[in-house]
Design a protein around this ligand. Sequence first.
Ligand SMILES: Cc1cc2nc3c(=O)[nH]c(=O)nc-3n(C[C@H](O)[C@H](O)[C@H](O)COP(=O)(O)O)c2cc1C
Ligand code: SF4
Length: 433
Amino acid sequence: MSLATDAPVSPALAAYPGVEGRLFRAGGREDLAAYRAAGGYADVADLERLLDEVDEAGVRGRGGAAFPIATKIRTVRGGRGVPVAVANGEEGEPASVKDRWLLRTRPHLVLDGLRLASLMVGADEVHVYVSDPEAAASVTAGLAELRGAGVWDAEVTVTVVEPTYVAGEETAAVQAIDGGPALPTDKPPRPFEAGVRGRPTLVSNVETLAHLPLVQRLGSTGYRGLGTVASPGTFLLTLSGCAATGLYEVPFGVTLTELLTWLGEDPAQVDGVLMGGYFSGVLGRQVLDVPLEYDAVKALHSGLGCGAVGVLAAGTCPVTVSAAVMAYFARENAGQCGSCFNGTAAMSAVLDALRDSRAEAEDVQRLTDWSVRLRGRGACGTLDGATNVAAALLREFPDAVGAHLDGTCATCAAADEQPVPRVPFAVALPTAA
Ligand SMILES: Cc1cc2nc3c(=O)[nH]c(=O)nc-3n(C[C@H](O)[C@H](O)[C@H](O)COP(=O)(O)O)c2cc1C
Ligand code: SF4
């Protein structure tokens, strides 16, 4: 089980049956010639029409918040000053590899999306923001291929930062591009109001951008041929914690039971999941038959986030997992805001004590209070993620919490002192993917 080791697991790569010709492409890195031969970098006859198509296609942000990109483009271009466009490929989430895979393997799909977004928003300054050296090399090579090719002559700057959990937050990206540290800043202003060098800035996740050429090619109706009404299209799902650990392109609306069965996993052997990467905490077995789309997962008081799903295989203790994720937040928060620095440390101390059956009922009551009171504090959403982790455990697995208070957790007793990884559900791409 991948939870038993700190070594990141290399993923399998595949598209769900019925998903063809969208994000997933077999083989190695797609160069400019291959991308153009498949119809990439197509001329834009009418920018307003394209923006309307993107709106009608209902493309939602794949970086975590699921915000409609057409709305964001309209807001940014209506701001004060000439807009800036940023492709956010930093991907600090340990349980996700989709953005790195896209940048390493399909750099031109992302750059084409960035081209379309820059044109629609009217940007005269364009950036790609990453931390993975191989992704940076792939994008830089893609930009070199574009030079003189006559398809897009914008100057695109690639900014490479050290990978951290918070570096991909949008104000951290803006501050790093402006030459500062990759740390979140206070809001307001948000980047759409005043971002890079104070100008209205479109910060979009690289997967979000990769969907734009698909809309251009398929039209909004064709794009909506997969997915659900409120979450149209496909998304990249990073699955971990099971033998089928991998990166899969799936239509919104598929259930985990369907996905796991397709992959040869037995859903009966699954006790729940860590949903949306580290941000949304654990969910019990009821998630197995819920359509994987933004609103249905939100109705479970959780979030699909960046599409990372960690499987809690039978025999995995949700208290242990939640304690490991909270400890990660306590280590990885940027230490800038007292409420986050102290709050994550305090919640981590309680979860560690609970995991080791040293906690009292009053400690769990304090954790319950903090999971409500600390929400919305801090410069970025990290503390919200941490409170989600605490609240989700208390809500979804009260029996496991009770068993840990009593020192009677059968799962942990049977676990035979298995080492708990510092970074559970971590996934890594093999180099030169
Ligand atoms: C703590 C934190 C970390 C984040 N990390 C990332 C990241 O690594 N990549 C990303 O695209 N968005 C990340 N986001 C979300 C961004 O702030 C921003 O909403 C996103 O890049 C917008 O793109 P989208 O609208 O295409 O989803 C993070 C947010 C928070 C609160
Ligand atoms: S909320 Fe936490 S992670 Fe975010 S900037 Fe403040 S200290 Fe850093």
